[in-house]
Design a protein around this ligand. Sequence first.
Ligand SMILES: Cc1ncc(COP(=O)(O)O)c(C=O)c1O
Length: 397
Amino acid sequence: MYVSDRLKNMAESATIKMAQLARELKSQGHEVISLSLGEPDFDTPTHIKEAATKALADGYTKYTPVPGLVELQEAIVTKFKRDNKLDFDKNQIVVSNGAKQSLANLSLSLLNEGDEVVIFAPYWVSYKEIIKLSGAVPVYVHATIDNDFKITGSQLEAAITDKTRMILFSSPCNPTGTVYTKADFEPLVAVLEKYTDLLIVSDEIYEYINFLEAGHFSIANFDSIKDRCVVVNGFSKGFSMTGWRLGYMAAPLWVAKACAKMQGQFTSGANAFGQKAAVDALLGDMTPTREMNQTFRKRRDLVIGLLKDIDGFKVNFPEGAFYVFPNISALYGKSADGKVINSSADFCEYILYTAHVAIVAGSAFGADDCVRIAYSASEEQLEEAMRRIKKAVEALV
Ligand SMILES: Cc1ncc(COP(=O)(O)O)c(C=O)c1O
C-alpha cells in the first residue's frame, strides 16, 4: 500500500502547519497569539447569514448547475460592471468551492505536462502545488521589499519561454499586501501584449481589502489583453466567508467551459443555499465590507508603526490584504541559547516557542528572507504580539 507520487511531491501547507503548532502550544496552557492564518477575524455579516437561512427554508437544498446558480452568475456580472467596469456574459462565470478550486480548475483543465506557468514571487503558498498537480512547471519571478514586492517588465519578459502558457499573481497580494496600480501594470502589459498565446490569471480575492485612494484596479481593464485575462475572486476575504467555500472566475468562454467540465466530474456546483446568500453579499449592503476595510487599515498602520521600532526588521508599507511581510534577514547568524537562526523557518520557530506568537516563514511563499504576519487580530492582540516579538528579537545575540 502506498500514497501516490503526486501526493509525495506536494508540500504540506505551511500556514496550516503553523496554526497546528500554535494550537498544540495553546492546549499545553500557553497563551499563544496566532497571526498565521489568512482569515479575517470577523463573523460573516448578518444579512448574508440571514439570506442563507431563508434560502434553506425556501428549498435551496438541491444540486445546482455546475457553473453556478444563474442568479449568482448574473449578480457576479453586475458586480464586475459596478466595481471593475468589466463586461462579462454570465456564461463566462464559473462558481466554485472557493477561489482555490477556481485555480485548481484552471490548472487541471488547461495545463499539460511540461507547460510553464510564471508566478510572481513572493506567491501564495497554494499556487505552486496547484500548478505542479497538473504536471506543469512553476517559474518564479522574484520581487523584493526594496521594490515594494512589485516585479518589473524586464523581469517578466526574462521568465517567458516558448513553453509558458500562463502567468499567475494576486493583487492585493498574499503574502506581501502589495497592490498593483494601473501604472504598475503598464510595463507588464507592454510585455504581455507581445506574447499573445499567454493566459493571464489575476487573483483578486483581496479586492475589497485595498487601502489605496484610487481603489482596486484589475489588469483585465487593459483592452489590449482583456480577452486573455481570467479574473479569480471569491467571498472568503471581503465578506469574511472563509467557511462557506465560495469563489468564482470570469474567463474567456472556452476557459469557462473547460473549467465547468472539470468541476462537473469533481464536485459539481457549489452549495445551493450558500450561492443564494452570495447574491445578497454582492448586491446587498456593503457597509460591513467597508467597515472591515477600515479596521484592517487601522491595524496595518499600528503594526507597521510597531515593527519599525524593532531592530533587524525592514518593513515597507503594504496597501492591501491583511498581511505585512517584513525582511528579517539582518537577524540571520544571531542566536538564542546557542541555537543559531539561519532561515525564516528558524526565526518563526524561535518566535513561536519564545514569544508564543505564530507567524509564517517566508520560505513557504518563496522568500526566505521574510516572514508573514497576518494582522487579522484585535489591536490589543497585535500590540501584545509586537511587544513580545520585539522582546524576543532583543534577546538574540
Ligand atoms: C491569494 C489567495 N488566493 C486564493 C485564496 C483561496 O480563497 P478561497 O477561500 O476562496 O478558496 C486565498 C486564501 O488564502 C488567497 O490568499
